[in-house]
Design a protein around this ligand. Structure first.
Ligand SMILES: O=c1nc[nH]c2c1ncn2[C@H]1C[C@H](O)[C@@H](COP(=O)(O)OP(=O)(O)OP(=O)(O)O)O1
Ligand SMILES: [Mg+2]
Length: 201
């Protein structure tokens, strides 16, 4: 089976890539399989820039093709925050519960209709000696008033999807993988999948 390294230390993302790429006949390794690999600073101002930074640094480190995911939540009533700062919104320790609590307190008093938000996912594919490619996907929803559901990761418990009548964390992994920003970004790689995996230009 073909293998791909996803340049992430996030266990939730890793699980989703294993399912999403497993369907495509690709086995996923993540940086959790390589505990000694360095951290890459996310200094970009967009998801795409950060995905490129992570993918290119890890393609150099491993001297092979890697895919990086930079993603996050953009809330209209907060001017697009937490955005690229989603992971560390409530502090360097990257705590999902604290991030959720901070968002909910900032949205206190904002009525449901004005709690519109979207998840973004930028995927960068980098390999030594090749042009890096980037694709992006989004998923629209509303921020709830309290967390609901146990599945998924990150901000899933407060992200309500009207078409499903549920939060992202109340969806099964399969359901999330049909509609998520990550799934939509990956679909845009489908046409190039063969050349990505086989390293052809
Ligand atoms: O499907 C999702 N469902 C809920 N929350 C999500 C999702 N996708 C991204 N998120 C949140 C989690 C984290 O707060 C931030 C990602 O930050 P981001 O820098 O891309 O990832 P990270 O630091 O956890 O791992 P890494 O950089 O090693 O890939 O957005
Ligand atoms: Mg990160």
């Amino acid at each position: 089976m073909k293998q791909v390294i996803i340049a992430t230390k996030n266990a939730g993302k890793t699980r989703e890539f294993q399912a999403l790429l497993g369907k495509r006949g690709v086995e996923v390794k993540s940086l959790l399989d390589f505990p000694d690999c360095p951290d890459v600073e996310e200094t970009g101002s967009t998801f795409a820039e950060n995905a490129i930074l992570k993918a290119e640094a890890m393609a150099r480190y491993f001297n092979t093709m890697v895919i990086a995911d930079d993603s996050g939540l953009s809330i209209d009533a907060l001017g697009g925050r937490p955005g690229v700062y989603s992971a560390r919104y409530a502090g360097e320790e990257k705590n999902d519960q604290k991030n959720i609590a901070k968002v909910l307190s900032e949205l206190e008093g904002v009525p449901f209709a004005k709690r519109t938000a979207r998840f973004h996912c930028a995927l960068a594919v980098a390999a030594p000696g090749r042009r890096t490619t980037v694709v992006e996907g989004t998923c629209e929803g509303y921020i709830t008033e309290k967390p609901q559901g146990e599945n998924g990761f990150g901000y899933d418990p407060i992200f309500y999807i009207p078409q499903k009548g549920k939060t992202m964390a109340q969806l099964s992994a399969e359901e999330k993988n049909q509609i998520s920003h990550r799934a939509k970004a990956l679909e845009k790689l489908d046409k190039q999948w063969d050349e990505i995996i086989n390293g052809k230009e």
